[in-house]
Design a protein around this ligand. Structure first.
Ligand SMILES: Nc1ncnc2c1ncn2[C@@H]1O[C@H](COP(=O)(O)OP(=O)(O)O)[C@@H](O)[C@H]1O
Ligand SMILES: [Mg+2]
Length: 315
């Protein structure tokens, strides 16, 4: 059974006050997410990511198309008890403490009263909220509110979670914590569907991605296929390069860029960087580092988003 399937999902918003016209924010989105995946739903701002997630959460209704979660239509009440959702920029009634708020969510999911305190405490530990849990949310930072939002999304031990921009507003340490949390959810068998415009998060976490641009699916697949194993070249950093050493580099490199104090950055072709390293050493020079250059998710993203923009302009 698939975790998520959408078929031709399309959403028009009515825009304009005097003469409302439909604006198509999502065009014909068809995608599937397998159970157990960490799935990255990626795209620039305004691409339609939140629209798609809101359709899956039934916060809004599609103009056309259908969606299923855990094999059930999105309106299925039993299925909805098994999913969790973190909205983009969550905000909560801020006179409550985190503990009170989560106890309330636990009661909505019929967690038995005797188990609620333990469940709330476990989930707050999991998202890294310590003694602050007894403080009102109004004193929380953006990052702390985000953690409360994640806690409420997992209070029911869901089988599938939908996180809309879970890393937004977090500092680097907070982002690392959230990444680790997402991986723990996956290890427990939970399917994680998250949107992001931050590619490094997706590259660190996802097994699969979909890229959406201007409301349309613009690419995607297994991350391992996209990022690829092909080495496109090598970046060599060399130090103490003599004039003879420089001749060696110039003969073999695609480009040689002086950095400072006799240090050079050298762009070598994919084949045989070892020979260049040997020749450089023989001519008097030292290798500081040698790194393979591969396709990154960013290359793929930029290329596919740009193609989508070109197609749109041609329509
Ligand atoms: N309620 C709405 N009414 C009209 N237009 C909207 C509404 N919500 C979003 N949009 C527009 O739809 C497009 C997609 O928005 P959104 O799904 O929020 O993108 P993302 O989450 O990828 O940044 C944007 O152009 C946005 O301005
Ligand atoms: Mg959004």
């Amino acid at each position: 059974m698939l975790a998520i399937e959408t078929e031709g999902l399309t959403k028009d918003y009515l825009v304009g006050f005097w003469r409302p016209r439909p604006y198509r924010a999502l065009h014909d989105l068809t995608l599937t997410v397998e159970r157990g995946d960490v799935f990255g739903f990626l795209g620039p701002n305004g691409a339609g990511k939140s629209t798609a997630i809101k359709l899956l959460m039934q916060l809004i209704y599609p103009t056309s198309g259908t969606a299923r979660i855990l094999g059930r239509p999105v309106g299925d009440v039993e299925m909805r008890r098994r999913i969790g959702f973190l909205p983009e920029n969550p905000s909560f009634y801020d006179y409550l403490t985190a503990e009170e708020l989560l106890t309330y969510f636990a009661s909505l999911f019929d967690v038995p009263a005797a188990e609620r305190a333990a469940r709330v405490s476990r989930v707050l530990d999991e998202v890294g909220i310590g003694a602050e849990r007894r403080m009102r949310l109004r004193s929380y930072s953006k990052g702390m509110v985000q953690r409360v939002g994640i806690a409420q999304a997992i209070i029911n031990d869901p089988d599938v979670v939908f996180f809309d921009e879970p890393m937004s507003g977090l500092d680097p340490l907070g982002r690392r914590d959230v990444r680790q949390l997402l991986l723990r959810l996956r290890d427990r068998g939970c399917t994680v569907f998250f949107s992001s415009h931050i590619l490094s998060d997706a590259e660190a976490l996802c097994s699969r991605v979909a890229i959406i641009a201007q409301g349309r699916l613009a690419g995607g697949g297994r991350l391992s296929d996209i990022v690829g194993v092909d080495v496109l070249g090598w970046e060599l950093i060399a130090d103490g390069v003599t004039p003879a050493g420089l001749d060696v580099l110039r003969a073999r490199a695609r480009q040689v860029t002086p950095l400072h104090d006799g240090r050079y950055s050298v762009d070598l072709p994919p084949d045989g960087p070892e020979a260049t390293v040997h020749a450089l050493s023989a001519a008097g020079g030292r290798v500081v580092s040698l790194n393979p250059v591969r396709h990154t998710l960013e290359d793929y993203f930029v290329q596919h988003v740009a193609q989508a923009a070109t197609r749109e302009a041609a329509l």
